[in-house]
Design a protein around this ligand. Structure first.
Ligand SMILES: [Zn+2]
Length: 441
């Protein structure tokens, strides 16, 4: 028993020393970040107004790498150096070959309608990769939102087989590497243009991405004078099944007109909307029963179930209001219609007179192009970069309305004259017949 007592302290001391050494060795091991500038070579990615996604992602990636290297305890690699394309699987394999702790895929967005705006981050729908992706994406979205970009959310997407839809996320997750696709903003929407339209601004995105990564890894930088070792990461529970995306339209969209200002033609509309699977992201409205819609507006505050907005109906039109609401996955639900009696205000009120009602019907038909006269509609056109065209159309329809007005007045005068002549003719024609009847008697 005596030898055992002698051995025990030595054994425990040795074990303690070994543990301490392993802990410090682990602490000193740098984290490995792999940055993937999306597209490259023949694969241009999105193209808009002279901007090409593959070039933009490279500028962002290089700035992100440079910034991340200012932190201690990190190794940074780019999947592609220079302008060449790589298969998605190859990019994930590269990350695996470097023992990456995280793969950051950098992209820019575009939509078919050219209406969507804002930033989004795609993450894996599965397990620890979902959890890690979500934690990084939360930090990233917060920083993007702080710059003024509209947050479209952190999302998952599945293919028909129920796997992650995006190849790069699917391949990385299969290799146990957390990954994200950062869609910084939309190239084809006026509201986002000012965020990417210079090299400096693209580099700012890179610095922002690096900051989010440093926060996620809890890094310190002496050069930058920042310490994220105490950064509180967004922690969500480990999902035990696929985190499914929302694949249905918003559940509720009902509108109501709360007020009509007869002086200015301003209509106050209340929209009640909800999406039980995700949330409402945008709304747009129509004054002509859904023929033409305004641009998209932010649904804010994000979790509100009711929102009010005012819109000015062009004088003399018969507004037929409809609202569209979009959810996190851009599915749309249209509201009920609210038809209002015609609103006449301003200058046109004075010289309308009897022809007023006829003119209103004519204008109601024209309402589609007439909305361009409405100040808020012009503002939205401006956001989409189409101001000049919108105003031109407004002017043309204004001229058309004046011509129509004169034609109607002329037509009315002609009909009055015709009726007068007819009556005169009848009076003249009746006299001899009366005489004839008397003669018969
Ligand atoms: Zn892309």
């Amino acid at each position: 028993m005596k030898p055992a007592f002698k051995i025990a302290p030595a054994f425990f001391l040795g074990l303690l020393f070994f543990c301490l050494r392993s802990i410090t060795a682990y602490g000193a091991k740098p984290v490995v970040a792999v940055i993937d500038p999306g597209h490259g070579g023949e694969n241009l990615g999105a193209e808009y107004n002279g901007y090409t996604e593959k070039d933009m992602t490279m500028i962002v990636a290089e700035a992100m790498k440079e910034e991340l290297e200012k932190y201690e305890g990190i190794e940074v690699y780019l999947t592609r150096e220079g302008d060449r394309d790589m298969k998605l699987e190859e990019r994930a394999e590269f990350a695996a070959s470097k023992n990456a702790d995280f793969l950051f895929c950098l992209h820019f967005n575009m939509s078919l309608s050219h209406e969507l705006f804002g930033s989004e981050v795609w993450v894996s729908a599965f397990g620890a990769e979902h959890q890690a992706g979500y934690a990084f994406a939360s930090a990233e979205m917060k920083l993007l939102e702080d710059t003024g970009l509209y947050p479209r959310g952190i999302k998952t997407r599945l293919n028909d087989k129920g796997e992650d839809y995006y190849g790069i996320i699917r391949h990385s997750t299969a290799k146990g590497i957390p990954s994200v696709i950062i869609e910084h903003c939309h190239l084809d929407q006026g509201r986002d243009v000012s965020f990417y339209n210079s090299k400096e601004k693209l580099e700012q995105f890179g610095i922002l991405d690096a900051t989010a990564a440093a926060q996620y890894f809890g890094l310190k930088s002496e050069i930058l004078g920042v310490d994220y070792s105490g950064y509180h990461k967004e922690e969500i529970p480990l999902p035990n099944a696929a985190v499914k995306p929302d694949t249905s339209e918003p559940d509720v969209c009902v509108i109501d007109v709360s007020h009509v200002d007869e002086e200015t033609g301003e209509i106050t509309v209340s929209v009640y909307a909800a999406d039980y699977d995700s949330y409402i992201l945008y709304y747009s409205y129509s004054l002509d029963g859904g023929e033409s819609f305004s641009g998209l507006h932010e649904w804010e505050p994000r979790n509100a179930d009711m929102l009010q907005f005012t819109v000015q109906a062009p004088s003399g039109t018969v507004p037929d209001l409809v609202v569209n609401v979009y959810n996190k996955y851009d599915y749309i639900t249209q509201s009920n219609h609210v038809r209002l009696p015609s609103i006449i205000y301003g200058e046109e009120e004075k010289d309308e007179g009897e022809t007023g009602t006829v003119l209103q019907e004519e204008d109601a038909v024209e309402a589609g192009s007439m909305t361009a006269k409405n100040p808020s509609a012009v503002k939205q056109e401006e956001e989409g970069g189409k101001t000049a065209r919108g105003e031109e159309e407004g002017e043309k329809s204004g001229q058309r309305a004046t011509v129509l007005y004169f034609l109607q007045v002329a037509l009315l005068c002609a009909s009055i004259l015709f009726v007068l002549l007819l009556m005169a003719g009848l009076l003249i024609g009746r006299r001899p017949s009366k005489k004839k009847r008397r003669r018969k008697k």
